[in-house]
Write a protein that binds this ligand. Structure first.
Ligand code: HOZ
Length: 438
């Protein structure tokens, strides 16, 4: 099989056809190659740590479906669980036994959900927007705080200074979002707890919640500074606001119990997505019982969904979490990520290319700059032209990275020595090219 992952004749033909009937030829903007140039390869199938393109190339995949594929693609036990569930019916819109098992397992694994409750939805966007509605309903307050470059899905109130695809495409505040929808959204730089304290001082008794990625993943991977999450916790407690961890990316990834387990900070509400669905569309939000009891039908905060907790999604998510609990792959995946990141840093240094690597568990990024990266402004200091060249040259050598500087890389349990060696060999060649190009 070829290793050149750049769009070939078949992908180009499909992209042309797609562009006639799907806006931009893609069903989510992050999939377009707008910021790196070229056209996206179309993916025919995926297995283990590889995606296979329609042009017949096998690529080492660090996108991992944007996070869910922690166990690798098409894990046989997960696929079996989904097939078994499918034979019994695709969706009932009614309560099932499996969703009880799933909810119990989620609540036992995520520290802030122990003794609390969880509600299943169908996407991370639904989880974050529902958690914020709940926080507002619970506190009776309107204002919320989010970080510049943070991305929590595409609900109107959150499309301000948004990271991920919005940052990539230069539309961090979307057209179509009325001013009133974001009037109560206050911004702070990531990793700046004193800015949060200042917002509380400016708006006493008005702030319902802070929503934060405990490890930022939508401005590239940016770790929390020591003490940052602790201070957010104490500020929320002091001011009676709800601390919401958006663990859509970090949940079950940076530790089995997510970032809250890794850093030892307990939020009031947690939003989950990606891995919790094992590759199927699942989101979830949960936390303290007294807050969750405000959700309909128990309480006055309305939230609903036809496909919420549907049997296929539940089967994939439940099996994935069971496998993570049984096989305990986190230490090995983190060690593989550390090896990859060390190799990339060594190789960049040897070539004389400015490179700042970041890593938390199996999330990682590399920024083309010399200084440390602690927030969105730092991340924007990366040389984006260099990133685009890096991306294209790595793809040509069989390494599939997210087509944006403002996304994290994801390692899986299926990435073996050979995959990492292939990546590092490619990287050494590409860093040499970048250095030669000046
Ligand atoms: N939430 C994903 C990572 N930034 C992007 C997925 C998407 O927007 O398609």
């Amino acid at each position: 099989m070829s290793k050149d992952g750049r769009a070939g004749a078949r992908s180009k033909e499909l992209f042309a056809a797609a562009s006639k009937v799907i806006p931009g030829g893609v069903n989510s903007p992050v999939r377009a190659f707008k910021s790196v140039g070229g056209e996206p390869p179309f993916i025919r199938k995926a297995t283990g740590c590889h995606v296979i393109t329609e042009d017949g190339a096998a690529l080492v995949d660090y996108v991992g479906s944007w996070g869910p594929a922690l166990l690798g693609h098409a894990h046989p036990e997960v696929v079996d669980a989904v097939c078994r569930a499918a034979r019994d019916g695709l969706s009932f819109g009614a309560a099932t036994a499996a969703e009880v098992d799933f909810a119990e397992l989620i609540c036992s694994l995520v520290p802030s959900l122990r003794g609390g409750m969880v509600r299943l939805v169908s996407s991370g966007t639904e989880a974050t927007m529902s958690a914020l509605r709940l926080a507002r309903g619970y506190t009776g307050r309107s204002k919320i705080i989010k970080c510049e470059g943070g991305y929590h899905g595409h609900a109107d109130m959150l499309l301000v200074a948004a990271g991920s695809g919005a940052a990539t495409l230069g539309i961090p505040g979307s057209a179509g979002v009325p001013g009133e929808a974001v009037r109560d959204t206050l911004l702070v730089p990531y990793n700046d707890a004193e800015a949060v304290a200042a917002r509380f001082a400016e708006h006493p008794g008005e702030i319902a919640a802070i929503i934060v990625e405990p490890v930022a993943g939508n401005m590239g991977c940016v770790p929390p500074r020591p003490g940052y999450l602790e201070r957010l916790r104490s500020l929320c407690t002091e001011h009676g606001a709800v601390l919401i961890f958006d663990e859509v990316m970090t949940g079950f990834r940076v530790a089995l119990g997510g970032a809250q387990e890794r850093f030892g900070i307990t939020p009031d509400l947690t939003c989950l997505g990606k891995i919790v669905g094992g590759g199927m569309p699942v989101g979830a939000y949960g936390g303290r019982r007294e807050i969750m009891e405000k959700i309909a039908p128990l309480g006055p905060v309305y939230q609903a969904g036809t496909l919420s907790g549907n049997p296929l999604s539940v089967a994939a998510g439940l099996k994935t979490l069971e496998l993570l609990e049984r096989d305990k792959p986190h230490a090995a995946i983190e060690a593989a990520t550390t090896k990859l990141c060390a190799g990339l840093a060594e190789s960049a240094a040897a070539a004389g290319v400015a490179w700042t690597g970041t890593q938390v568990g199996s999330m990682f990024s590399g920024f083309f700059c010399t200084g440390e990266v602690w927030n969105y402004v730092d991340a924007q200091g990366s040389d984006l032209e260099r990133f685009a060249r890096w991306h294209g040259e790595m793809l040509a050598r069989g390494v599939y990275l997210a087509p944006s500087q403002f996304e994290a890389g994801f390692m899986s349990a299926a990435h073996d020595e050979a995959a990492i060696e292939q990546t590092l060999t490619a990287a050494a060649e590409v860093f040499a090219l970048l250095a030669a190009a000046g």
